[in-house]
Design a protein. Structure first.
Length: 93
């Protein structure tokens, strides 16, 4: 594998379970479903990357508050970055 370190920046729109604008709105029934779908989507990508020989995977939850991915459902070797950071580049810090 050519790439050994991967950064995934994930947003909820377009993920499995996010079917409408309201599904991306914080604390709605649709949002809860979309968070599970987003977590499954990201988890599948992370698992595939590890299977392909990537050594380090970081996942940045980049939807609004940054607390949408369920870290306990992502492969143990991955680093999940949650929360929104202020700084020169909003969201990243």
């Amino acid at each position: 594998m050519k790439f050994k370190n991967i950064l995934i920046i994930a947003d909820i729109e377009g993920s499995s379970g996010c079917w409408s604008y309201s599904d991306s709105s914080f604390m709605t029934r649709g949002w809860r479903r979309a968070c599970i779908g987003m977590t499954k989507d990201v988890g599948s990508v992370v698992a595939g990357l590890f299977d392909a020989g990537v050594q380090r995977v970081s996942v940045h939850d980049f939807h609004r508050t940054g607390y949408n991915i369920l870290p306990e459902r992502i492969a143990p070797g991955a680093k999940v970055i949650s929360g929104y950071r202020l700084g020169p580049v909003p969201g990243i810090g």
